[in-house]
Design a protein around this ligand. Structure first.
Ligand code: MLT
Length: 395
């Protein structure tokens, strides 16, 4: 009899956001017609910007003519997109070569797929609270997981532990869910730790575009030593509204080697085997993000979400609720009022004011007692949610 991957039995019953969606569906079924204010999953609500839409339309037209038609695309990404991404890094002082950059179908796909580079016997360190897919993807692979808890005492930015050995280290900065961002010195400590221990950092930079403070690093490659220990995974989902369109990119510097194997070469080998590349149309749309017009337009959208964050933060301030995030990240991480459990608060907000958030416990055990709001909702929903939260919590 075929033996399935028995590690699936080690996973929690269902994935966090699927679980929440089921609860919300049940509530909607029982309360038809009730308006729900969705501040749960970090899914964007603004449409793709004009520059991207124009490029997508043009690319569709290219596919309609024999002289501009594209079949299979290069598995590692179209040169026109890899070039503009490289240039984008260069404009921010990070010098990469264009073949350090790989085009992907989004950060969440890539965060799972990239694990192919590592032996199953390797261990993965996850700084928690964390995006749940880091843990789940490694459980599926049967890896040992080292859970490193963080909390308000260290600003959710723990230092590398002296006594722990891990082969793969996940760092998400700006962090999902806490919104915390590693400063240069703090991130440098992790880079030095990884270089001295031979670990590889998977740096999830999906939210870098939300950083406001100039002195905070947006790419790990702004710091010395990162090229020999880090892979950076980026996304156009939150930066440019591609959650449903799917596009991202990954940087694997050619200097990154372990046990005589160059990870950039390995990833080329992997991609050429496992994908036929991302569609021409989407890559054309993605390239438009990096034009001056595209950059101006995506900034406007990011500003819209930042205003949502300010609206929610004002409501929490009035209610005297402790929170962090919201400034350099699109998530607000708050302490549940009155010592409530995070799933209890989820149910309470859903049942009383129809606001959907994400329970902190879904991001790891140390997330219990906390709760996350996404700022990617519509302005209308955000304003109404803020008003209802104020009324509920200021009582
Ligand atoms: C989140 O809400 O944490 C993210 O939107 C999930 C994702 O990016 O897959």
């Amino acid at each position: 009899m075929t033996t399935p991957n028995m590690h699936y039995a080690d996973l929690k019953d269902s994935y966090l956001f699927f679980n929440i969606a089921q609860k919300v569906k049940a509530y909607s079924g029982a309360h038809p017609g009730t308006r729900l204010l969705r501040l749960g999953i970090g899914d964007v609500t603004l449409p793709l910007c004009g520059a991207v839409i124009k490029a997508l339309h043009e690319a569709v037209d290219d596919q309609a003519r024999a002289d501009s038609f594209h079949g299979y695309m290069p598995e590692t990404g179209a040169p026109f997109l890899r070039e503009v991404i490289t240039e984008h890094y260069r404009s921010r002082g990070v010098d990469l070569s264009y073949d350090d950059v790989f085009v992907s179908s989004g950060a969440s796909d890539e965060l799972g797929d990239i694990l192919d580079l590592f032996d199953r016997s390797s261990s993965a360190l996850v700084i928690e609270p964390a995006y749940p897919a880091y843990v789940d993807a490694n459980v599926i692979a049967g890896r040992e997981i080292v859970h490193l808890a963080s909390g308000p005492d260290n600003g959710f930015l723990p230092r590398p532990p002296k006594d722990i050995k891990a082969d793969i280290i996940y760092i998400c900065s700006p962090n999902n869910p806490t919104g915390a961002v590693f400063g240069r010195d703090q991130l440098q400590e992790w880079i030095d730790f990884a270089n001295s221990s031979g670990s590889v950092i998977l740096f999830d930079a999906a939210y870098e575009a939300f950083i406001e403070d100039e002195d905070l690093p947006r790419s790990i490659f702004e710091l010395p030593g990162a090229r020999t220990c880090a892979i950076e995974i980026c996304s156009l989902s939150k930066t440019a509204g591609f959650t449903g369109t799917r596009l991202g990119y990954t940087v694997i510097p050619k200097e990154l080697e372990r046990k005589g194997m160059r990870l950039n070469d390995m990833w080329i080998r992997n991609r050429t085997t496992k994908t036929n590349g991302v569609s021409y149309i989407l890559q054309k749309g993605g390239a438009a993000v990096f034009t001056p017009e595209g950059q101006r337009q995506i900034r406007e959208n990011i500003e819209y979400y930042k205003e949502n964050a300010r609206i929610l933060m004002r409501a929490l301030d009035k209610a005297g609720i402790w929170y962090c995030g919201g400034k350099n990240a699109p998530y607000i991480w708050l302490r549940c009022p009155d010592g409530m459990g995070s799933w209890d608060l989820f149910d309470h907000l859903l049942n009383t004011i129809q606001v959907i958030g994400t329970p902190g416990a879904g991001f790891g055990a140390c997330g219990e007692g906390f709760f996350r709001f996404s700022t990617f909702g519509s302005r209308e929903d955000t304003l109404l949610a803020a008003k209802r939260l104020e009324e509920l919590l200021c009582r």
